[in-house]
Design a protein around this ligand. Structure first.
Ligand code: ADP
Ligand code: MG
Length: 253
């Protein structure tokens, strides 16, 4: 793949799932998922626990393998071809609920690891880039500390900065605020809002409906392995169609 595929025009499809299915053994976890995401689009995915949100997100950067249908990211189909998987992983950043920072490395080392080892960026340049992103998430002064010395909100901002150091064209978030103490949720959401305003293509699994209303172009509701409905935030929250969506919203709002 060349750099060309990164310069897709706005409005162009960057993620396409077509009749995508996944099983865990006998259990049919994702059923005929169709999804088109265009460049710069901000999507919030919600739904009950166990509905397949994490699995779908993880299939998009091949942390999980799908068994039927297609997933195409930035024009590259996700098959078992390692080259394709590596290309997609380089271009798709991911933030998890539990940060997944390396505890024995400093914040700065966490941020430099992938650029140095995957992209072969020279160490000094990687450190400069890392400091730039740590400034953007407003914790440059924590660069030489270890993750364990930081609050949960700070650790999650490090995790976001670390992803951004790889210069991804798409960011996936899987409940990035749900392990945080309430007073730390806002500082992480603020970073995500800024990213959204800068035009990053984002898929966010979250139950932060304020965030959905503020930045989402589209809200997707999943239940039992299916996309039940999707709409712009206004119509999604004001006029949900399916009874399952109505029930879900009545429980979380
Ligand atoms: P959500 O993120 O919406 O809570 P998940 O994608 O984590 O849902 O899980 C969807 C379903 O798949 C759940 O029933 C869960 O128990 C099951 N599941 C998730 N991961 C695995 C796995 N590695 N092996 C078997 N079943 C799994
Ligand atoms: Mg999940």
């Amino acid at each position: 793949m060349t750099e060309q595929s990164l310069n897709l025009a706005e409005g162009e499809t960057v993620i396409k799932l077509d009749k995508m299915n996944k099983w865990y053994g006998e259990f049919h976890v994702l059923k005929d998922i169709d999804l088109n995401v265009t460049r710069g689009e901000r999507i919030v995915i919600c739904g009950p626990s166990g509905s397949g949100k994490s699995t779908m997100i993880r299939c998009i950067n091949h942390l999980e393998e799908h068994q039927a249908g297609t997933i195409i990211v930035n024009g590259t189909p996700l098959t078992n071809d390692l080259k394709n998987i590596e290309y997609v992983r380089r271009n798709v950043g991911m933030c998890f609920q539990h940060f997944n920072l390396f505890p024995h490395l400093t914040v700065l080392q966490n941020c430099c690891l992938a650029p140095i080892w995957v992209k072969h960026t020279p160490k000094r340049e990687a450190e400069e880039i890392a400091m730039r992103y740590l400034e953007r998430v407003k914790i440059p002064e924590q660069a030489l500390k270890y993750p364990g010395q930081l609050s949960g909100g700070q650790q999650q901002r490090v995790a976001i900065a670390r992803s951004l150091c790889m210069n991804p064209s798409i960011m996936l978030f899987d409940e990035p605020t749900s392990a945080l103490d309430p007073e730390m949720v806002r500082e992480v959401l603020d970073v995500m809002v800024e990213l959204a305003e800068e035009g990053m293509t984002m898929l966010c699994v979250t139950h932060e409906m304020g965030f959905a209303k503020q930045v989402a172009d589209r809200v997707i509701f999943m239940d039992r392995g299916e996309i039940i409905e999707q709409n712009n935030p206004h119509d999604f929250f004001e006029n949900p169609i399916s009874d399952r969506t109505k029930l879900f919203l009545s429980q979380i709002l």
